[in-house]
Design a protein around this ligand. Structure first.
Ligand SMILES: [Zn+2]
Ligand SMILES: [Zn+2]
Length: 513
């Protein structure tokens, strides 16, 4: 599926700056530099000559692609409708999620896309999720169409084996149609037939449930049964705050009514990476590295640093490593398929209110991201997503709490060989700091490119409230220090980061393509 984001080429900009450094006779000076701090300081000191307004141009070149865009949101919804008509449900769902990401928060556009997504989820038999999508659509959905949402909710409750609730929703749907002026008579007549059909199905379901309960021979306590559908609706225990009263006030946020809330969808798995049952590891967990199988050993060599090897032949299809990563990123093309925070596949999307580049699988992930690292990414996420693995270096900084980060980077010395040789395993920021970089094997061109990228990242971080100090001179010092750390992380990521691919899918993953 085509991403709506424009392609920018950071490589072109970096290559242009490298040519400029050669022209100005600065390349040779750069090639003699020995430390990351010296390299980024060099870029900083020559920024006027080398960068002129290159960075500003790059940072602002596609600024509009970062924000919400109603026109693109509508076009994705229309594409979704075409896929839905043609029964291509996974693509329809993707288009509706894209439309939701691109819509302004609390807009009718967003409500319509949530509403359409609820239809896809219904077709995929995800009834709890469909009800949740209807709930998210409700407040800003066009009043004259709300009866359709209520009808879908009635159908969901019928599928969920709840005839009382289904009958109640159907009654609200009929009331809404009566109250809505100007509806197309022909369309309503055919819609009424659908309602009558559902009504019969509810009656049958109710009858079946009554019979089942009778079969249980009323051993313990008497069960409630109803003469007919009207009896069922009138006597069922429905909330007093009717949906109809809420539907007529579209701009008012519905109060949280726990009694009325539809059942919550099953909570998403905590992470796609960490399987709770550690016994699944082949031959049990490793003594040195608890997240690895005991069929592996951690060893040290001067060339490779600390690394893991197999200590016996491994069968195929065995779980040998089960590690939650310290920092992870989604490839940009998966932004509307997986959660930006936990990487779980998205069924109901939750958005960032500012940018259109991320979606989350739950309110929990949304709040965790927005209240932490995403605030340092949001404004320039369209740039960050063009920087590949350097974005992972950036996130490694922004997910680390400030105190740990500043303490570690101001105190850490170069990796100590004897310390590394102890083969101890930790998953913390200090361990990241000590990963090997292989700087000596990198070409000057590459080091120049990475230094430039690290400096660009430090400009982005400086434009947020990440730096601790407000004084200009101290802010420059902090920026250069962070740029040197980012340069180190970029080099570390190149030889230490892993790409994770999905090779198997479950039922929910059927929606992924
Ligand atoms: Zn998530
Ligand atoms: Zn954002």
């Amino acid at each position: 599926m085509e991403s709506p984001f424009s392609d920018m080429d950071w490589l072109d900009t970096a290559s242009h700056t490298l040519d400029l450094a050669i022209q100005k006779g600065l390349y040779a000076d750069f090639s003699h530099l020995k430390s990351d701090l010296d390299r980024v300081r060099f870029i900083h000191n020559h920024r006027v000559t080398l960068l002129s307004n290159t960075f500003e141009r790059y940072l602002s070149s596609t600024a509009s692609s970062q924000t919400k865009n109603a026109t693109t949101a509508i076009s994705f919804r229309k594409k979704g409708n075409d896929y839905f008509v043609n029964k291509n449900l996974s693509r329809a769902a993707w288009c509706y999620r894209a439309s939701i990401a691109l819509s302004t928060v609390n807009s009718q556009d967003m409500a319509l896309s949530y509403g359409n997504l609820s239809a896809v989820l219904f077709e995929l038999s995800h009834y709890h999720e469909s009800i949740r999508a209807i709930q998210l659509a409700n407040d800003f959905y066009p009043n004259e169409l709300k009866f359709k949402l209520v009808f879908r909710r009635a159908a969901c409750y019928h599928k969920l084996n709840d005839p009382e609730r289904s009958a109640y929703e159907l009654k609200i749907c009929r009331d809404l149609i009566k109250k809505t002026a100007g509806l197309d008579r022909k369309k309503i007549d055919s819609f009424c037939k659908e309602m009558d059909q559902l009504s019969q199905q509810i009656a049958l379901l109710n009858q079946r449930k009554v019979e089942e309960k009778e079969e249980e021979a009323t051993q313990q306590k008497p069960t409630t049964s109803y003469k007919d559908l009207d009896d069922l609706v009138q006597n069922s225990q429905t909330p007093t705050d009717t949906l109809a009263s809420r539907l007529t006030k579209p701009t008012e946020k519905a109060p949280i009514d726990t009694e009325f809330c539809p059942p919550s969808p099953p909570s998403p798995p905590r992470s796609v990476f960490l399987i709770d049952d550690i016994k699944l590891l082949l031959n049990g967990p490793n003594e040195q590295v608890p997240c690895a199988s005991s069929t592996l050993s951690m060893v040290y060599s001067k060339e490779k640093g600390r690394h893991i090897i197999a200590n016996q032949d491994l069968p195929s299809d065995a779980l040998i490593l089960n590690e939650r990563p310290y920092a992870c990123l989604l490839l940009p093309k998966f932004a509307y398929t997986y959660c930006d925070h936990c990487l779980t596949s998205i069924v109901i999307p939750y958005v960032c209110p500012q940018c259109s580049h991320v979606l989350f699988c739950s309110e929990h992930c949304q709040q965790r991201a927005l209240n932490s690292y995403h605030q340092y990414e949001c404004k320039h996420i369209h740039v960050l997503k063009t920087l590949g693995i350097a974005f992972l270096a950036y996130r490694t900084l922004t997910i680390t709490d400030h105190e740990t980060l500043w303490t570690t980077i101001t105190q850490t010395t170069l990796p100590n060989e004897t310390e590394t040789k102890t083969n101890s395993y930790q998953s913390d920021y200090l361990s990241i700091q000590k990963l090997i970089t292989h700087t000596e094997q990198m070409s000057v061109d590459d080091l120049f490119h990475y230094s430039l990228t690290a400096y660009l990242l430090s400009e982005i971080i400086k434009s947020t409230n990440f730096l601790q100090c407000n004084q200009v001179k101290k802010r420059d010092t902090e920026q250069i220090l962070l740029a040197s750390v980012l340069l180190k992380h970029i080099q570390q990521m190149i030889c230490n980061a892993q790409t994770i691919s999905i090779t198997k899918t479950n039922q929910i993953n059927e929606m992924i393509f």
